[in-house]
Design a protein around this ligand. Structure first.
Ligand code: 3PG
Length: 312
């Protein structure tokens, strides 16, 4: 019998935890749960007997791994795995997986929640604008980006993204043709073209700080940046400069910047930050990602194979 720990500061729904437990128990393994922890030391204690670990945005550091002598697999129930020290995991022969696509629709729906809130003046009753007929640029055309394209076409928006990368063919479930997605050749052109620019890129060495003033300043009048991806991709000084130089600019984000208090003080009414990262926080996304994580762990225990490994 193996021990699967679910370690989530932001808990899954109870139904998702029950679902994970059912899958894991059916294969003869046990589930243990640590939620809403306040100190990394609680994780260190928890993972001492862990064979497998399911996390969300929880930090799986070298120290966490050092406290988990039996650990064989970590599954990030979600898409982005920048919270996991891949190098430390690889050094310890620990497999790291994600569950790509499982929470993508939830994140995409939040993009429209944020845009509607802003377009309708925070539902204050003041005359707002409509999304229909506006242009939305999708930077990062992965699982979330494709859902954004699909929903945007339902709003009658014009959808743009970067031209296809010949080295990375589009996946079979690409909806771009149906959604009428148009392609541009450069990021600059994407920003110049679109009223709304929605970020769906991971936080990597290449992307961190890449959304800077130079790029943002290409947005047309009343341009809106929507970030449901990662705070780290924003150059925060560049963001402040954009707010200062462009009184028409607004920023809507599910991943508030470190300088959010300064932005709130200096640029009231031109931003919206969720109280806690909420993109994947739906019953459906919790179930999809949580159950996928449980199934992936059981399959790894059974076959030793991992179709979703990200630290090969
Ligand atoms: C992801 O990368 O899957 C999303 O950012 C969701 O993160 P969360 O599970 O911490 O809500």
């Amino acid at each position: 019998m193996s021990t699967v720990w679910i370690v989530t500061e932001k808990p899954f729904s109870k139904a998702a935890v029950d679902g994970i437990t059912k899958i894991v128990n059916a294969k003869g393994h046990e589930v243990k749960l640590l939620e809403k922890y306040t100190d990394p030391a609680q994780i260190y204690e928890a993972v001492a007997d862990a064979d497998a670990l399911i996390v969300r945005s929880d930090l799986v550091t070298k120290e966490v791994l050092a406290h988990a002598p039996k650990l064989k697999i970590v599954v990030r129930a979600g898409a982005g795995y920048d919270n996991i020290d891949l190098q430390a995991a690889t050094e310890k022969n620990i497999v790291v997986e994600n569950t790509p696509g499982q929470n993508a629709n939830a994140v995409a729906e939040l993009v429209f929640g944020l845009m509607l809130l802003h377009a309708r003046k925070n539902f204050t009753g003041a005359a707002g604008t409509e999304l229909g007929g506006k242009k939305i640029g999708i930077q990062g055309y992965g699982a979330v980006g494709r859902h954004v394209a699909r929903i945007a076409s339902g709003f009658d928006m014009d959808v743009y993204t970067l031209a296809a990368n010949p080295l990375r063919p589009r996946p079979a479930d690409d909806v771009s043709e149906k959604a009428g997605v148009k392609y541009v050749d450069s990021l600059k052109e994407l920003y110049q073209t679109c009223n709304y620019l929605s970020l769906h890129i991971p936080a990597t060495a290449e992307t961190k700080g890449s959304i800077n003033y130079e790029l943002l300043s290409n947005l047309p009048k009343n341009g809106v940046l929507v970030n449901t991806a990662r705070a780290e991709v924003i150059d925060e000084a560049g963001l402040v400069k954009m707010f200062e130089k462009r009184e028409d600019f607004a920023y809507l984000s599910d991943v508030a910047p470190k300088n959010k208090d300064l932005i709130a003080e200096k640029f009231p009414g031109r931003f919206f930050f969720t109280q806690k990262k909420a993109g994947a926080q739906t019953a459906e996304a919790n179930n999809n990602a949580g159950l996928a994580a449980a199934n992936q762990i059981c399959s790894f225990f059974e076959t030793g194979k991992s179709a979703f490994q990200v630290n090969k």
